[in-house]
Design a protein around this ligand. Sequence first.
Ligand SMILES: Nc1ncnc2c1ncn2[C@@H]1O[C@H](COP(=O)(O)OP(=O)(O)OP(=O)(O)O)[C@@H](O)[C@H]1O
Length: 629
Amino acid sequence: MSFWTNLFESISAKRPRPEGKPAVSLRERFSALRNLPEFLRLIWQTSPALTLGNVALRLLRAALPVAMLYVAQLLLDSVVHLSQLPAEQRPANLMPASGYAALEFGLAILSDLLGRGTALLDSLLGDLFANRTSVRLMEHAAELDLDQFEDSTFYDKLERARRQTLSRTVLMAQVLSQAQDVITMAFLAVGLAAFNPWLLLLLLVAVVPAFLGESHFNERSYSLVHGWTPERRELDYLRQTGASDETAKEVKIFGLSRFLIDRFRQLSDEFYQKNKDLVIRRAGWGSFFAAVGAAGYYAAYVYIIRQAVLGQVSIGQLTFLAGSFARMRGLLEGILSRFSSVADGALYLQDFFDFFALRPRIVRQELTGERPIPFPRPIRQGFQFENVGFQYKNGAKWALRNLNFMLKAGEKLALVGENGAGKTTLVKLLARLYDPTEGRILLDGYDLREYDPAELRQEIGVIFQDFVRFQLPAGQNIAVGRIDERQNQDRIEGAAARSLADSVIAKLPQGYEQMIGRRFAGGVDLSGGEWQKIALGRAYMRDAQLLILDEPTAALDARAEYEVFQRFKELTQGKTAVLISHRFSTVRMADRILVIENGQLQELGSHEELLAKGGRYAELFQLQAAGYR
Ligand SMILES: Nc1ncnc2c1ncn2[C@@H]1O[C@H](COP(=O)(O)OP(=O)(O)OP(=O)(O)O)[C@@H](O)[C@H]1O
């Protein structure tokens, strides 16, 4: 005990632990193995036929080594027997030996075929499993809440779960090979134990140190990689920012590439150094343990040869035993070292399952016991904010507080306020991307949380100021507003006409089929205002009862903006709408205007009322008007 403890302490003496990240204990590694049954279940679900085939081939392969060794023993003994016959009798007695030789040849061919068969099934099953897993990861990520995406520990989890997609297929092959080798071992052990059980013990002594060493270094490397997840994310970010179409413009103008490259180099060098120390120590100790293993093997070999010399075993048995011992040593070493990589794989699986264990919190809730509450069509009263307050998880202050007002059905409400006042946050609460931290929002008398979030979102169309520029054909870029209608060309063109995107698309060489954005071959990029018209088209694509436009016209020229809003009033007749804008020419078209300051409601009323009141709105309006005079 103390020898090994000292040994391992000396191995790890000079290695600083990755900052703040505790190493993974052997117990944790063992307990991570409990993830394997679930993992195997997932593999089985991927393809029962491929899994069964794989297992069957491996079972056959497991029995082959002992069969081959045994046939070799018979062959040798019969050759020795043959050599002891008078020369003239030999040709007539060739049969058993040549039969064994043919059998051995057959087994060798079979072994090769089975090896290739399992490799093939492994690769097919692995590919299928990796694809299914990626799909499941995407599906699950789609179910989660926005604030979960804004949490960096969540991202680290997602990152580790994603990164391991490939290694999971390796893990699968390892688990299966492990089972196969254990069975082969069992066959060989029976033969060896029948000869002398002490040889089995010698075998363990020869191999266990190598296993412990391997296990120790695997644990170190898992801790290192695990502890470095945030930095690796940063590395990816730097790599991407340094060379992507979205950032190239600013990186060039500001001359940022040196800054980004230096940071990348610094981080990657640091990781390289840490990893280098580890791999060097691992190689050194690995050689030492291999020597211990070899000494054990040769001790056994000498013993078996001695028995042969004493005439206690035949030459055939000598080859069988020496072969078995060598083979078992190889197998046992393989099993033990694979055990630690399987245990590591199982630790990574923990990240994977942890990610799937995350549950969205924004779901339908039963608050009044009346369920399910169908979404009102049409909305009769509107959205009532009752003392609504909201604080971002990672935000120090309240983004919104004490909000009390009614967004009436059919009303066009404009939100006005300085940068960071809380306008976008209010809109996110309406779409239930977040739930209020305090207070509640009622829709026609029921808490928003009582409606099905998916149904709610179907009835709300939001175009955010940072809308996504999808790298898709123009028509599809509008169709994302109602993706199930993407084949409905009339609807797409109707939406484009309302948002003025039709004139943009008319100028594109391939019209609605034109790929936009620069990411893919043949893509054409648009100006900021042209993109905005496309994004606005998404709002019209959707037949929603509540339309929210968060600074939808910021990039539009004056004429386009005027036209957009003229149409907007007509086209959203009877619908409820919320507009966020910093342009008062737009804002004044709304029925009522809500002024937010520091997350609090400051004023609420029509343009005329607020001007007459001479408060904050009047002040901001005059300020902007003065700029035009
Ligand atoms: N995801 C987030 N996590 C933490 N804080 C946030 C987050 N999003 C916004 N905030 C903070 O909440 C406050 C309100 O932000 P919000 O985006 O609602 O402002 P806004 O009125 O829409 O501003 P702008 O006119 O600049 O678009 C700001 O102080 C902002 O820093």
